[in-house]
Design a binder for this molecule. Structure first.
Ligand code: ADE
Length: 223
C-alpha cells in the first residue's frame, strides 16, 4: 500500500515514520509513506496557501489551487482521497479494515480555520477521528494511517489483531504476565491451568462482560 499525505507541516511526521512498527512496516515494504508539503505547489511568488474568507469573518481559509495541483501531480486511477475534517464520518475499526483494501490512499490535512469548500469535491471520503477540534488534520492522518498499517499483512502477528478490541464488535479480554501474584493481586486461576478450552471460554466471557460494562452500545449495534 502507498499512503501520500498532503500537509503544511511535514516535520510533524518525522517521529511517526521513524519509530517502532510503522518504521519496520516501511522497511519491509508493506507500506510506502510520502509526505508532501502542498505549499511547494502554490503558484504565487510568495507561496501563499491561504487567504481571507469571502463575505468576511475570522481566520484564514486554505485556497484550492495548491491542493488541487498537488493532487493532480500524485493521483493515479488507484487513488482513494481522504479529507480530514471534524465534519467527516467518524473513523472506526470497520473503516480501518475496509481501507486496508486500497492500493493508494491520499490524505489531505487542513489547517487553520478551514479550507475552501471546493476542496471537498476532491475527496472520496471525509473522515473525523472524534467530536473535538484539533489544530489540523496531521494527527488524525497519523491516527488513521497507524490503524490501517498495523492491519496490513505481515506487519504484526495475525493473532494480535484478529482478537483486537472492536475487530469483532467486542472489547478485548484482560491479559496478564509474570508474576502470578503482584502485591496481592492474583492472576485468575484459569489462566495458570493450561486448559486451553477453559481459557478460551473464560476469555470470551470476559469480552462479553467488559463490552456490556464499558461499551453497551457495541453489543446493541451487533443486534
Ligand atoms: N481536523 C481538526 N479536527 C479534526 C478531527 N477531529 N478529525 C479529523 N480532522 C480534524
Amino acid at each position: 500500500m502507498k499512503i501520500d499525505i498532503l500537509t503544511l507541516f511535514p516535520n510533524m511526521f518525522d517521529g511517526f515514520i521513524s519509530e517502532s512498527i510503522i518504521k519496520r512496516a516501511i522497511e519491509k515494504g508493506s507500506v510506502e509513506i510520502n509526505i508532501h508539503n502542498f505549499r511547494d505547489y502554490a503558484d504565487n511568488p510568495h507561496k501563499r496557501v491561504d487567504d481571507y474568507p469571502y463575505g468576511g469573518g475570522e481566520g484564514m481559509v486554505l485556497m484550492p489551487q495548491p491542493i488541487f495541483d498537488c493532487i493532480d501531480a500524485i493521483k493515479t486511477d488507484d487513488s482513494f482521497i481522504i479529507l480530514l475534517t471534524p465534519q467527516g464520518v467518524q473513523f472506526n475499526q470497520k473503516i480501518a479494515t475496509e481501507l486496508t483494501l486500497k492500493k493508494h490512499i491520499i490524505m489531505v490535512c487542513g489547517h487553520y480555520e478551514g479550507f475552501d469548500e471546493r476542496i471537498r469535491s476532491l475527496a472520496d471520503l471525509e473522515l473525523s477521528i472524534g467530536d473535538y477540534v484539533l489544530t489540523g488534520g496531521e494527527l488524525p492522518s497519523m491516527v488513521i494511517s497507524d490503524s490501517i498499517i498495523r492491519l496490513l499483512d505481515g506487519v504484526i502477528k495475525e493473532d494480535s489483531h484478529v482478537k483486537d478490541s472492536f475487530q469483532e464488535g467486542l472489547l478485548d479480554y484482560p491479559v496478564y504476565t509474570h508474576p502470578a501474584d503482584f502485591r496481592g493481586m492474583k492472576v485468575p486461576e484459569v489462566l495458570l491451568s493450561g486448559h486451553h478450552e477453559n481459557i478460551r471460554k473464560w476469555r470470551y466471557n470476559e469480552q462479553i462482560k467488559r463490552t456490556k460494562e464499558r461499551r453497551p452500545d457495541l453489543i446493541k449495534k451487533e443486534g
